[in-house]
Design a protein around this ligand. Structure first.
Ligand code: HEC
Length: 122
């Protein structure tokens, strides 16, 4: 047949160029998304600082779901639904952490609100 041995390399090369091109087009809207969510995070932070109402659910969505799952039903960390620990124990865990759970994620003044929120999850 005399098939040219270089052809497969040219195909792979063309595919690679195509992929890079695709990714650079696709990357632009994604960058905007990332920048957008950053803005929201800083807004949320300044709201907290200015003594606005602490929204435990929103903060949990930001700071806890990575480990406790989208609905706080467990992932790396355990489910926070149906907690049977008392308020002090939960307060202690959120303040100081425990095992793989980092402490200091919530300002001290807002820990009780977060505990109430967790205890309100069925
Ligand atoms: C880096 C991952 C990670 C993040 C982020 C995280 N947790 Fe945890 N959390 C864990 C792990 C792991 C445990 C289990 C610790 C253990 O028992 O050793 C845990 C345990 C807990 C417990 C105790 C549950 C129980 O029944 O013993 C509570 C309450 C809790 N986390 C609340 C929160 C809250 C509220 C947030 C957000 C402010 C949060 N966690 C963010 C990993 C995380």
């Amino acid at each position: 047949m005399g098939k040219n041995p270089v052809v497969p390399y040219i195909l792979i090369f063309a595919l690679g160029i195509g992929l890079i091109f695709f990714m650079s087009l696709y990357g632009i809207p994604q960058q905007k998304e990332i920048a957008g969510s950053d803005d929201e995070a800083t807004e949320e932070g300044s709201k907290e600082e200015s003594g606005g109402k602490f929204d435990a659910e929103a903060v949990a969505q930001q700071k806890c779901i990575t480990c406790h799952g989208e609905n706080l039903e467990g992932n790396v960390g355990p489910s926070l639904h149906g907690e049977d620990k008392d308020k002090d124990a939960l307060h202690e865990i959120i303040k100081n952490g425990k095992g793989g759970m980092p402490g200091g994620l919530i300002e001290d003044a807002h820990i009780d609100d977060m505990v109430d929120y967790i205890l309100s999850l069925k």
